[in-house]
Design a binder for this molecule. Structure first.
Ligand SMILES: NC(=O)c1ccc[n+]([C@@H]2O[C@H](COP(=O)([O-])OP(=O)(O)OC[C@H]3O[C@@H](n4cnc5c(N)ncnc54)[C@H](OP(=O)(O)O)[C@@H]3O)[C@@H](O)[C@H]2O)c1
Length: 298
């Protein structure tokens, strides 16, 4: 594989996605910086990124993708492949935080959250995998969260969306390894991005009346996260290092965080438990990463 890779990123308008775009492109990787509505709600962000690419001659292409829309995802992936001929890395980054006591969250709010944070990556994976299979290589990267491994009171639905994402990503990793396709889950702790300003809160506030001290959970958790938030560039630097790690040498999970939430401990235990489980089911050999070897290929 060429050391300069073709990377497709979802949710590149702001925050991590935007930092990944610039950080990877400055190292010579071709980036398809996807975002919803680059001609409207994200017109300013899109034109800033295009201007930066122009000024510094960076290999960045801004294209439209709404991860909640199958047709939009297909169009973006096809456009990237038409332009670059391949997609080496798909970074499932688009997502948002939904906070508030669980009972205040309406079913519609919960479904909308899952449609972005969980079904978004489902759509992106379905669109990119045929291309990666043809290439016999590729990396599916997921921007999960430390909150995809530990549970924050008043962040239950967000945690559920990231726990669901973690389970699916890990399952894909076992299923796809023998086809030369790697899976990487990045679990950031709290970082300074627009994520808090873009957060949604449970709509049915009347449901909090009986909760007493628990009513303060959202403020306490939010305050604790905000007061220890790290520099988001650290996550972009970690993503660059991971992408430049040779095929077959990447870890499944990377907890990247200014706070120690014990996630490394959970990941280490989970790795042992999963390895034993795979062994017990007789799946160890078939879940091993095989570089450049598509199943069924000669
Ligand atoms: N910052 C943290 O502390 C932290 C910690 C752990 C994990 N994360 C995760 O990191 C990822 C990026 O968040 P961030 O912190 O960088 O916050 P952010 O600046 O709010 O970025 C979120 C991005 O997702 C995009 N997005 C939302 N819905 C979308 C959709 N339907 N289609 C396409 N794009 C969509 C947003 O685009 P619009 O501009 O169009 O809204 C935005 O570009 C999220 O998955 C988040 O859960 C963040």
């Amino acid at each position: 594989m060429n050391s300069k890779q073709v990377v497709l990123i979802t949710g590149s308008s702001t925050g991590f996605g935007r930092l990944f775009t610039e950080t990877l492109a400055r190292k010579g990787h071709t980036v398809f910086a996807t975002m919803r509505d680059p001609g409207g709600r994200n017109a300013k962000n899109a034109s800033e990124i295009r201007a930066l690419a122009e000024k510094d001659s960076l290999p960045i292409h801004v294209i439209e993708m709404d991860v909640t829309d199958d047709a939009s995802v297909e169009r973006a992936v096809n456009a990237a492949v038409a332009k670059a001929g391949r997609i080496d890395v798909a970074i499932n980054n688009a997502g948002y935080f939904l906070g508030g006591l669980g009972e205040t969250v309406t079913t519609e709010q919960a479904q909308r959250l899952m449609d972005t944070n969980f079904f978004g990556p489902v759509r992106v994976n379905r669109a990119v995998l045929p291309h990666m299979r043809r290439q016999r290589s590729g990396v599916l990267m997921y921007i999960s969260s430390g909150a995809g491994r530990v549970v924050l009171p008043s962040g239950g639905f967000y945690c559920a969306s990231k726990f669901a994402l973690e389970a699916l990503a890990e399952s894909y990793s076992y299923e796809l390894a023998a086809q030369g396709i790697e899976s990487v889950i990045v679990e950031p702790g709290a970082y300074e991005t627009p994520v808090i300003g873009n957060a949604v809160t449970g709509a049915d506030k009347a449901r909090t009346n009986t909760y007493g001290a628990a009513k303060e959970f959202p403020a306490k958790v939010g305050g604790a996260l905000a007061s220890t938030a790290g520099n988001a560039q650290d996550v972009a630097d970690a993503v660059l290092r991971i992408i430049e790690t040779p095929p077959g040498e990447k870890q499944l999970r990377y907890f990247v965080s200014p706070q120690d939430w014990g996630v490394d401990e959970i990941n280490a235990l989970s790795k042992r438990v999963q390895a034993n489980m795979l062994e017990g089911f007789g799946l160890t050999a078939d879940t091993r990463f095989l570089k450049g070897k598509a199943v069924g290929s000669a």
